[in-house]
Design a protein around this ligand. Structure first.
Ligand code: NAI
Ligand code: MG
Length: 367
């Protein structure tokens, strides 16, 4: 039977790029059959109905869908009464505790020595994003505080996810025969933290992730599951520095929510545009593909948006849902179009439209 995917284009360019991803999924040779359910979400839907994420969308996702794709949402930067981000709520409702963001360069377009092929595994449920903020008046003026929550449970499960991602990447590398440069040729997990300063919170994150690896190494009955994965660590500030100078040394990076958010957007700058960076929100059994970019109001409605982030997110979703072969075909078609350089959108200094870029990818797929 067909795989049912809930599609939430939401706002702005999400409505232009998510349909591209859908057509690519429908036309990838060897991909399973899909059924797509169009579901409402987003700020515009909130303005019309008072709800940014209708209960019906959540019900359909939970009861009828095997996976999902989200476009992008326009979140107002001021507080709007009754509004809360649908993406944050979706992650909670579906228990999507990991945000997995591969950042991949294009071979042959840059210095291959420093080729970027890194995945950032970001914890999605806690850290400063528990949004527990207070403010009080003092004789010296306002003082604002935020609570940062780090738990052993959430840190352990994100740690386990990171080691699983490292194994999955290793197996994809073996399938394609691709070898990456630098240390990333072997599977490695780098723990990102700042426990030299925040020894209690980041200290707990660090020891919890490390414990996943150390327990596995001590497991009885032969070599552990992660025996071929190495582990190291990096303080978040020097992580940013190294990411810019020698991105090729990183394979999988695991980070608490806020650091993960910042370093993954920063890493996107290394590969030319936010318009090519994909992500998947992962739980243990449910996955939701989502381009990293926002709704891009400056270019929305002009057929200028780069559809690649969205198309790669669809491929990631396929990969995580257990279909690596068709996912690889999509990755390769995208790489071919990027390398050829004839059908790139303006964010990559080309002059192609969204439609032309999508058509070039469909053609490269042999669709
Ligand atoms: P943004 O990602 O929407 O845009 C940043 C810049 O990158 C803009 O110049 C835009 O034109 C460009 N850009 C982004 N995606 C592109 C693509 N596919 N092709 C070509 N160019 C692209 O971030 P910004 O401007 O900070 O936020 C705009 C709105 O999006 C805000 O309401 C914000 O809250 C929301 N947002 C939503 C996210 C989500 O849905 N997960 C993530 C980030 C922002
Ligand atoms: Mg961000």
């Amino acid at each position: 039977s067909a795989i049912r995917l809930g599609m939430m284009p939401a706002d702005g360019i999400g409505r232009e790029v998510l349909p591209c991803a859908q057509r690519v999924l429908q036309n990838t040779p060897g991909a399973p059959k899909f059924e797509f359910l169009q579901l409402a979400a987003g700020f515009e839907h909130f303005q019309k109905t008072g709800s940014a994420l209708p209960d019906e969308t959540i019900r359909a996702l939970k009861e009828e869908c095997d996976g999902a794709m989200f476009g992008s949402v326009s979140s107002p930067s001021h507080k709007v009464e009754g509004y809360s981000s649908p993406i944050v709520r979706l992650r909670k409702e579906l228990d999507l505790y990991a945000n997995i963001r591969p950042v991949i360069g294009v071979r042959g377009t840059k210095d291959d020595e420093k080729w970027v092929d890194t995945v950032i595994v970001r914890e999605n449920t806690e850290c400063l994003y528990v949004k527990s903020e207070t403010s009080e008046s003092t004789p010296e003026g306002q003082v604002a505080r935020a609570i940062r929550q780090i738990s052993e449970k959430a840190s352990t499960r994100i740690g386990r996810k990171a080691f699983e991602v490292a194994l999955a990447r290793q197996s994809m590398r073996e399938k394609t025969g691709a070898t990456t440069s630098g240390n990333a040729a072997t599977a490695k997990v780098t723990v990102c933290h700042k426990s030299n300063v925040l020894s209690v919170t980041d200290g707990l994150f660090r020891t919890s992730v490390r414990a996943v690896y150390e327990k596995d190494a001590r497991s009885a009955g032969g070599p552990g599951r992660y025996a071929n994965v190495t582990m190291d660590e990096q303080l978040v500030d020097s992580m940013v520095y190294r990411l810019f100078r020698e991105p090729h040394v990183f394979d999988v990076v695991v980070a608490p929510n806020l650091y993960g958010d910042i370093i993954s957007d920063g890493a996107a700058a290394l590969v030319g545009s936010l318009g090519v960076v994909a992500s998947v929100n992962a739980g243990d059994t449910f996955f939701m593909g989502e381009p990293v970019h926002g709704s891009a109001p400056d270019i929305a409605g002009q057929n200028k948006a780069n559809p690649i982030a969205s198309i790669r997110s669809a491929a990631l979703l396929l990969e995580y849902m257990g279909y690596p072969e068709p996912a690889l075909k999509i990755y390769k078609a995208v790489d071919d179009v990027l390398r050829e350089g004839k059908y790139l959108t303006p964010d990559l200094h080309g002059s192609a439209t969204t439609t032309q870029c999508e058509e070039a990818i469909l053609k490269a797929l042999g669709a």
